[in-house]
Ligand binder design. Structure first.
Ligand code: NAD
Length: 484
């Protein structure tokens, strides 16, 4: 175990240097697999936010005036450093978040892919032109950066989610203040060091640790032009309302409750494999995790039997061990909350097929996979985002009824169908109310060139993260009409 004295207290990064925060307090950062204390996060104050925003605002004119090709070249250097440090970054993610090392490597790759996308800024930022909109009059549009952008991120993707934001924002000429999750702040520290190594000028990216105090100071700060947020639904709604009321551009990506429809003609081997990875990958702590299976028609009995057998066979342990298939959840409090949902499922009358409270390893915040059958849509386990390794099976007589179950959800992040029928897949695609759809895919995560497109309670705003939406979000358009 690390001794108290050896535990690092994290610093903020402001105007090109590491500085002690002036915090309201500290949060411990344990390794969720062992409980070992890794660091202490300062819960930065409004004064810390003020210093960071001031540095970002001061750096903005020179950064915005830096030719876009030079900004892109810097990101190419950063991308090369990320490749060099790939394994180190994956290990940091596993250590602070608990997900398996294989999952962490996937996350690092996903983060790098957004940097690759952002390196295309010279093309992505191009405007349009039309000659002779009237006799002798031409019209053209151009994209300009906004100013200071704030990014507020969740614990579950400490590498990927910050990368949805700052590479594109910086490439477009904005400066940035990143407020990472207080529960997984270590990856952001390493990324900041790598950005500096790549040659990012002082003040262009600033890192402020903390929780709601720091967030609220960012949401109302007059020099912050835009806010990118990813986190739970209630906080996303608060961020959207507060920042919009302060006149800011906001995108707030929120919680989820993702449904996986299984048709009677699905290939069951592949379907069960995909559902396992969707429901129990990263211990269910993904916004694209499948958490409700809607079993259509006669497939249900066989499907439940197979899901139960596969879930029971999952190896749970420290994610740093290559053999581990599912790591711990983030904190003991999360384990208690998830266990509370399992109890609630039983008392609401669902049939507990695999009880994840039994047989979990000790020493960290472990649960085993849980599977419920006979779940009905009004139960809490079918409605709420549990954000843990709990899968419920709802039975539906046909596709129409299955779509009714999915569309009754308040959330609309992702949904998938497993089928051999093109007609069923097409009907699903047209009628389902969710933004990221999978056909025979368990985790329908869009690549960096497409938007991360949640609907309903899963997203607040207009322009989504990544893809061309991100470029539009991080730029303002000017339209020039000229006569000479
Ligand atoms: P969270 O909402 O607790 O925290 C997210 C961020 O908000 C953190 O930086 C945190 O410090 C800050 N925060 C927390 N409470 C706050 C408050 N009251 N006021 C102001 N700021 C506050 O989320 P989390 O538990 O870290 O992450 C998990 C959640 O994120 C899940 O709901 C998951 O679905 C969601 N998520 C969504 C997406 C998506 O793309 N839609 C992606 C990843 C995670």
């Amino acid at each position: 175990m690390t001794t108290e004295a050896a535990v690092r207290t994290l610093q903020n990064f402001v105007d090109g240097e590491w500085r002690d925060a002036d915090p309201a307090g500290y949060d411990d950062v344990p390794n969720p697999a062992t409980g070992e204390l890794l660091a202490r996060t300062p819960l930065s104050s409004a004064a810390d936010v003020e210093a960071a925003v001031r540095a970002a605002a001061a750096a903005f004119p020179a950064w915005a005036a830096t030719p876009v090709v030079e900004r892109a070249r810097l990101l190419f250097r950063y991308k090369a450093l990320l490749e060099e440090r790939f394994e180190e970054l994956a290990q940091i993610v596993t250590r602070e978040n608990g997900k398996t090392i294989a999952d962490a490597r996937g996350e690092v790759r996903r983060g790098i892919e957004v940097v690759e996308f952002a390196c295309g800024a010279p093309t992505l930022m191009m405007g349009e032109m039309l000659l002779d909109v009237a006799r002798g009059v031409d019209c053209e549009s151009m994209r300009v950066p906004l100013g200071v952008v704030a990014g507020i991120t969740p614990f579950n993707f400490p590498m990927m989610v910050p990368h949805w934001m700052f590479p594109v924002a910086l490439a477009c000429g904005n400066t940035f203040v990143l407020k990472p999750s207080e529960r997984t702040p270590l990856t952001a520290v390493r990324l900041t060091e790598l950005l500096m190594e790549a040659g990012l000028p002082a003040g262009v990216l600033n890192l402020v640790h903390g929780a709601h105090h720091a967030v609220n100071a960012l949401l109302t700060h007059p020099s912050v032009a835009a806010v990118s947020f990813v986190g739970s639904q209630p906080v996303a709604e608060h961020v959207y309302r507060t920042a919009a009321a302060s006149g800011k551009r906001v995108q707030a990506l929120a919680g989820a409750k993702n449904h996986l429809i299984v048709m009677p003609d699905a290939d069951l081997d592949k379907t069960v494999e995909a559902i396992m990875s969707s429901a129990f990958g990263a211990a269910g702590e993904r916004c694209l995790a499948g958490s409700v299976v809607v079993a259509v028609g006669e497939v249900a009995d066989a499907l439940v039997e197979r899901l139960s057998a596969a879930a029971s066979a999952i190896t749970v342990g420290n994610g740093a061990d290559e053999r581990t298939e599912m790591g711990p959840v983030i904190r003991d409090s999360a384990r208690e909350r998830i266990s509370g949902y399992i109890e609630r499922g039983v008392s609401d009358g669902a049939r507990l097929v695999c009880d994840g409270r039994d047989g979990a390893p000790s020493g960290g915040y472990f649960l085993r996979p849980t599977v419920f059958d006979a779940v009905t849509p009004e139960m809490a386990i079918a409605r709420d985002e549990i954000f843990g390794p709990v899968l419920g099976v709802v039975r539906a007589p046909d596709l129409d009824a299955a779509l009714g179950v999915v569309n009754a959800s308040r959330f609309g992040n992702a949904a998938s169908i497993f089928t051999r029928s093109g007609a069923a897949a097409r009907e699903f695609r047209q009628r389902v109310q969710a933004g990221m759809l999978g056909v025979n895919i368990g985790v329908a995560a869009p690549m960096a060139y497409f938007p991360f497109a949640g609907h309903k309670w899963s997203f607040y705003g207009d322009l989504h993260a990544t893809g061309k939406d991100a470029v539009a979000f991080y730029t303002e358009t000017k339209v020039i009409t000229s006569r000479w």
